[in-house]
Design a binder for this molecule. Structure first.
Ligand SMILES: [Zn+2]
Ligand SMILES: [Zn+2]
Length: 198
């Protein structure tokens, strides 16, 4: 299979390039395309702007994806909790290597701040966006699919009070003003949902 090498290149983004929203613009580092657009990458210190970069150059360390400080701290805390008996150095080394791996993983399009969820002692793996097609395929009818969407929203936003009308709206707006990003934790064999509303 021709795409095999690329498909399994990113541990945190195993379906890449599917769902990566790459652009035709040439890579500033090697001239190849497609590329990850500059707006989704971190500015290099001392330079004005990030530049469009292909996935290979990102992995090779020629560019970085942005990771917010609070995401880095969440991983550090999670590693402390998971490995209390480890030395400080063992823990900080693991955190540093995982942050480095994520910084060289293509960012998730539309995910604000590239806010990657942490589970157990690692970042979860991005499995794509929740779509109508996906829900209908997995659950058969629109009625059941909406029920599943409702359960997901209630899990992620337990403080929200949802009417039937809210669910209809969420269903209509899914993939537009309502986005649900799917992540997977292999340690716990569970799906983590990141809900974003515009
Ligand atoms: Zn390149
Ligand atoms: Zn987990």
């Amino acid at each position: 299979m021709g795409g095999e090498v690329t498909m399994y290149a990113f541990e945190y983004f195993p379906t890449f390039p599917e769902g990566a929203q790459l652009h035709a613009e040439a890579c500033e580092h090697c001239g190849r395309s497609p590329t990850i657009p500059a707006v989704r990458l971190e500015r290099t210190p001392g330079e004005d702007n990030a530049t469009a970069t292909c996935a290979d150059c990102l992995r090779a360390g020629r560019a970085r994806a942005p990771i917010p400080q609070w995401v880095k701290r969440a991983l550090a805390r999670a590693v402390d909790v998971a490995h209390p008996d480890w030395s400080h150095k063992q823990r900080t080394d693991l955190v540093a290597s995982r942050i480095d791996k994520l910084a060289h993983t293509p960012p998730v399009p539309w995910l604000q701040n590239n806010e990657w969820p942490v589970c157990h002692d690692d970042f979860a793996r991005y499995m794509g966006e929740l779509t109508h097609e996906r829900l209908l395929q997995e659950h058969g009818s629109a009625e059941r699919a909406k029920g599943v969407l409702r359960a997901i929203i209630e899990e992620v936003r337990p403080e929200w009070v949802l009417t039937m009308e809210d669910i209809e709206t969420a269903w209509e707006q899914l993939g537009n003003f309502v986005a649900v990003f799917l992540f997977h934790c292999s340690d716990h064999a569970k799906t983590i949902y990141v809900l974003q509303t515009a």
